[in-house]
Design a protein around this ligand. Structure first.
Ligand SMILES: Nc1ncnc2c1ncn2[C@@H]1O[C@H](COP(=O)(O)OP(=O)(O)O)[C@@H](O)[C@H]1O
Ligand SMILES: [Mg+2]
Length: 253
């Protein structure tokens, strides 16, 4: 069997507050997949990603990235992460942001500079090379975030709501970048709450809520299973069923 890009086994996260954000989550994402993780606000998407990238302590369960435990640097190096929050260093300009990132990931200065120039070309940031993050437009910051995530040529790219609050033109542009990346063999894990976006881009989709996996299949199969014309209809049905189950448990208690 080919090693999957990502494997979660019984992944559980209880925050210090006592809140259970992920509840025994099992998920396998094959190498080369374009995977969509969908769910309402608070479903646990960002928590799952933070666990995968070893940014939070997990309560129990296992995570492996191309067969390596997520706590290992080898695993972290294979991941490119564009976080939901735009976390750019306000004191670095565009080029420094990219070059320093390359340095953190062990690239030589020459490689890092070459790759930074390449990324600035791809993401149309060349003319902004010397501009610091606070002086960039929102769209440029989003592009820089993605460029930075790709600097060290990760095999798994994780994009947490990359198109939230992004205008139509940039959304289409980002889709093109992400598609090209996937065509080149990169595994993509995308979270979004734009269902049309997931339907358009993702070959494989997981619906999650309250830290649990509710459904997982191709958009086509999901539509067939739930006898629905669109993914939006599937989503509505799955979330309603989940709510009904919660209500039934509450009544029984
Ligand atoms: N540091 C934290 N401490 C306590 N609860 C948290 C923390 N971070 C997230 N949560 C809670 O965990 C749940 C899942 O959040 P999150 O993973 O951000 O969801 P999503 O990304 O799907 O919107 C939410 O109810 C959120 O309030
Ligand atoms: Mg989130």
């Amino acid at each position: 069997m080919v090693t999957p890009a990502l494997q979660l086994t019984g992944l559980t996260k209880r925050y210090d507050s006592g809140f259970l954000a992920l509840d025994g989550f099992d998920l396998t994402v094959p190498d080369g997949e374009f995977f969509g993780l969908l769910g309402p606000n608070g479903a646990g998407k960002t928590t799952l990603i933070s666990a995968v990238c070893n940014l939070i302590r997990v309560t129990s369960g296992e995570v492996s990235v191309f067969g390596k435990s997520h706590t290992r640097w080898e695993a972290r190096k294979m991941i490119g992460l564009a976080e939901q929050d735009i976390n750019l260093d306000r004191f670095l300009d565009v080029e420094e942001t990219l070059v320093f990132h390359g340095g953190y990931y062990g690239m030589s200065r020459a490689d890092s500079r070459r790759r930074a120039r390449e990324m600035m070309d791809v993401f149309d940031l060349r003319s902004k090379a010397g501009v610091r993050a606070p002086a960039l437009s929102g769209g440029m910051r989003r592009r820089l975030l993605l460029a930075r995530a790709l600097m060290h040529e990760p095999r798994l790219v994780i994009l947490d709501e990359p198109t939230a609050g992004v205008d139509f033109e940039l959304r289409i542009e980002l889709w093109q970048y992400i598609r090209r990346l996937h065509d080149a063999g990169t595994t993509i894990l995308l979270t979004t709450h734009y269902l049309e976006e997931a339907e358009e881009l993702c070959r494989d989709i997981a619906l999650i809520r309250d830290g649990r996996l509710l459904a997982r299949d191709s958009a086509e199969n999901l539509r067939a299973t739930y006898d629905a014309a669109t993914l939006t209809e599937v989503y509505t049905k799955v979330m309603q069923d989940a709510q009904a189950a919660v209500d039934a448990r509450a009544q029984a208690a």
